[in-house]
Design a protein. Structure first.
Length: 135
């Protein structure tokens, strides 16, 4: 069983909020792992945090997206907005860090193309179909 299968087996694609810190820890470890080449595992952890919907995870998911060129393409921009688009922008505005401003600019530049018909439920249903989970 690979790491992606293990984490899905342990927490499910839509984990309970009580597992948030465990998943954040796994994501931080994967971001810091310079030898990691398993972008599926990294993306799965991001999807799990997206599902939980804590606005503060937007910056951690951004960090994962920015790990390298491949992850910047592989991790969907919508995953930054598990707490919904407007709430994420509000959070980033108050976070007032350089990373928050960069993330906010990125989101705003993708608003028309990637968030015009944003639906967290539809996105999660797409991921469930991808992982073979009944919708």
């Amino acid at each position: 069983m690979n790491k992606e299968e293990t984490v899905l087996d342990q927490y499910g694609l839509e984990p309970d909020r009580i597992y948030s810190e465990n998943i954040r820890t796994l994501l931080r470890e994967e971001i810091d792992n310079k030898d990691a080449e398993d972008n599926d595992y990294l993306k799965t952890l991001c999807i799990m945090l997206f599902s939980i919907g804590a606005v503060e995870d937007s910056l951690l998911i951004w960090e994962a997206k920015q790990k390298n060129f491949d992850t910047s393409c592989y991790i969907d921009v919508q995953l930054l907005c598990g707490a919904e688009y407007d709430a994420t922008l509000d959070y980033l505005l108050t976070a007032a860090s350089e990373e928050a401003v960069e993330t906010m600019d990125y989101l705003m530049n993708h608003e028309e193309t990637d968030f015009a018909s944003f639906s967290k439920g539809e996105i999660m249903n797409d991921y469930k179909r991808y992982y073979g989970i009944p919708v």
